[in-house]
Design a binder for this molecule. Sequence first.
Ligand SMILES: *[C@@H]1O[C@H](CO)[C@@H](O)[C@H](O)[C@H]1NC(C)=O
Length: 604
Amino acid sequence: MLPFHTRQSNASFPPKRTVFSVQSLQLLYSRPVLRWLPYLFGLILTLYLFTPFLFSYGRDSLPTPTLPLDDNKLPLAEVLSYRAQKVRDAYVHAYSSYKKDAWEWDELKPLSGGKDNNFNGWGVSIFDSLDTMWIMGLHEFFHEGLEIVEKATFYVSPKDYVPFFETIIRYLGGLLSAYALSGEPILLKKADELGASLLPAFKTPSGLPMYAVNPMTGTTRGGWTGSVLLSEALSNQMEYKYLAHLTNRAEYFEVTERIMDIMYNATVTDGQLPTQWDQNTGKPTNLQFSVGAYADSAHEYLLKQWLLTAQSEPKAKELYLKVVDSMIDTLLYVTPNRHLVYVTDATNGSPSHKFEHLSCFLPGLLALGAHTLDGLPAAQKERHAWAAEGIATTCWLSYADQASGLGPDEMMMARGDSTSGKWVNQLEQWEASGRSGVTPGLGDHKPERNLAAREYHAIKTTYLLRPETVESFYILWRTTGAEIWRERGWAVFEAIEKHARLENGYASVANVDKVPVSHLDEMPSFFLAETLKYLYLMFVEQDIIPLDKYVFNTEAHPLPIFEWNPKERAQYGIAPKVGGGGTNRWLKPSSLTAALTNHRRWFA
Ligand SMILES: *[C@@H]1O[C@H](CO)[C@@H](O)[C@H](O)[C@H]1NC(C)=O
């Protein structure tokens, strides 16, 4: 038998890389002088194999700072590593519960200890969070996960279908990101297999994808709306373009770029891409312009394609700017008294004044654009940054106002006058008046416990463990350096710990304004893939995912920024690169932290 902690230190090695045998170790162990050799070998081998993630590993040994954490005397670095460790512990708790009760199934049912195959039955919680395990230095989990990937056949019975959009963003995005981070060849092999098996979805008269596909037979079917949703059409370009680049398979590029062509050519007002499209004609079938459900990630993929391909596809950037300026002009409103900026949806120009948790990704996107788009006129950049801050503040308040500290899934906002209630009108008035007073919607805000004074009510009271709000906090912190976003992120995490954590995993909360809360029997894979990943990256000091090198897909899977080579440019009609590809204006998390040590307390 090997001494206990030799076994421990070997446990995270992939079995195929074990280069010495158990017998030889036992022999060495029986000779006192040589007793330490296995440890030495183990250490050298560990250093050799795991240098890339040593920095994020071994955090278990960090001292736990004395509470309370917001004591000014406690060094910031200690607070941060404590927080990062707590988020990592949360992941370990969630994933261990999944392993115990739902292993190889899609998702854990944390209340009943049951399990659900609700996303193809291939083990989505594993595929979706391999990169989180890598980022957190959870190598045993990662290598166990790889074994599941290795066995994957992407089987469904002949009469079943897999949803195209979810399969792309969770499974394909997860495989590609884990491949980019770890370099394990099996991940690319499986990504290629999966990417190829989903291609039949694009076989429609227009090229817009079908809602669902059977990866074994290639048959497809439409969704309940009978149309293609904008988010389904425009949330596969990052994955398929990166896959085309890795595999040299032109078809991947062509099917996904065809959709971009349809969008560039679409005759719509001011870039307002509607939420539903016809797969036969390739034309819109409704007049709803939205940032929430049915649309959200489509807007994200316009900017992110530009960034992912090292700024080589200017049409994507142009469409992004057109769409977001149109959003700012038509979908952003301010409540009458609290001055909460929110983004809604409008049908044929008529706003619903609904504000969805899903839309809370928009501040992060706007901040990312304002931060990375070189040559954006200062006035436009400023406007995007203000909109980001205003909406993110409302997202924060939608959490902080509630008894649980968690935000509802959908709200109906108090509407002001249809003209003067528009954010852009207030902004223009403010600018015309010489910018006196605070920018509309910005400035001091306090949580409001009084329901009547909140200026919104929840129409969906659930908190579904969703990531969008902390995602935006993370990007706002990285782009502005304002520590307040991390403080708010921590408050969200503490509320999750307090109200969503069960003995077995974490569960969605049924009513965010009613404590003690009751739970829903679900732990979505995006909690592992996104929510906990963004929270971890917010506090971990090492720059594990440098933002000048990676772009997150809509499921928080970081994909590496790449350059099309001359052959690909010629083949895909991408113009040769001019200029240097932009400046790197990203500060490392540790530099941000250092700059902020002196004024970390934003809350009065
Ligand atoms: C878009 O328009 C261009 C130029 O008019 C045309 O060449 C191309 O075929 C169109 N693409 C689609 C998918 O409609």
